[in-house]
Design a protein around this ligand. Structure first.
Ligand code: COA
Length: 257
């Protein structure tokens, strides 16, 4: 089991649980998370959703083997790829979504935080969006949302250089609410999620909708533009070199491009 879900005290927890691969997300895991979010949205007894990982690792992002063997999108692609279903389900979730970032959050591990409502980060966590290092481009509207949150130059460090950053940097940049000791982050995030149990659910839902509405169509436009480029780049020689280098545990060599 790589995604565990459980509802306790009106909070649905989605736990990423594939520690042997640093919680890398496969297509099946995206599908499981999308289905859990869609079910939570429809279930009146669920007041909030908590997304969490394992001690020391939130997620290392998309499974790189899946990127190589089953790249999403591309010409003639039929059904919506699982990653797109997950992204859409999180964007469409009307309930508050709280993230407990238990450790490293790479790629979509960081970009999904831009679509959560409350984000709590372990003091041991490192965040990074190494899309360029993998021969790719940003996704999940991060190319729009990060410069808007922190300005172009700070966003460029993170998106163009792929510079990792700490939980306190994430708080300073407006990506996260607070940094907590590693052994407290999940309980703190759960307590915050449970606070919605005492609040009127329709007022919470409408407030989230109002806060998100002004950017919704722009976010979807940017996601479509990023997604088309991302799908092309997944098949590029630069990306192939980066993926092979990862599995061969060596530095990639981009000197021939
Ligand atoms: N996809 C597929 N497998 C992954 C993975 C990923 N995103 N991240 C880690 N793994 C696998 C490794 O291949 C390794 O497998 P093995 O034991 O069969 O060799 C195992 O998980 C442990 O990873 P390892 O790199 O040895 O752990 P680490 O503690 O040294 O480093 C990370 C942890 C997260 C920093 C590092 O694994 C990493 O950088 N992963 C890739 C992140 C990435 O680029 N994601 C894509 C973003 S778009």
């Amino acid at each position: 089991m790589t995604i565990r879900t459980a509802t306790l005290n009106h909070v649905l927890t989605i736990e990423i649980a594939r520690p042997e691969k640093k919680n890398a997300l496969t297509q099946a895991m995206y599908t499981a998370m999308a289905e859990a979010l869609i079910a939570a949205n429809a279930d009146n007894s669920v007041r909030a959703v908590l997304i969490t990982g394992q001690p020391g690792i939130f997620t290392s992002g998309n499974d790189i083997e899946d990127f190589m063997q089953r790249p999403p999108g591309g010409a003639g692609a039929g059904d919506q790829p699982p990653v797109a279903r997950f992204m859409g389900a999180l964007l469409d979730c009307e309930k508050p979504v709280i993230a407990a970032v238990t450790g490293a959050a790479i790629g979509i591990g960081t970009t999904m935080l831009l679509h959560c409502d409350l984000v709590y980060v372990s003091d041991e966590a490192r965040l990074a969006m190494p899309f360029v290092s993998l021969g790719l481009v940003p996704e999940y509207a991060s190319s729009l949302l990060l410069p808007a949150l922190m300005g172009h130059v700070k966003a460029a460090e993170k998106l163009m250089l792929g510079e990792p950053f700490s939980g306190s940097d994430a708080v300073d940049c407006g990506i996260a609410n607070a940094v907590l000791p590693a052994n407290e982050v999940v309980n703190h995030a759960r307590r915050m999620a449970e606070r919605f149990n005492a609040l009127p659910p329709s007022a919470v839902r409408e407030t989230k909708r109002l806060m998100r509405a002004p950017n919704q169509s722009r976010i979807r436009e940017v996601m479509a533009a990023e997604g088309a480029l991302f799908a092309t780049r997944l098949r590029s020689p630069e990306a192939m070199e980066a993926f092979q280098a990862f599995f061969q545990k060596r530095q990639p060599d981009f000197s021939q491009f």
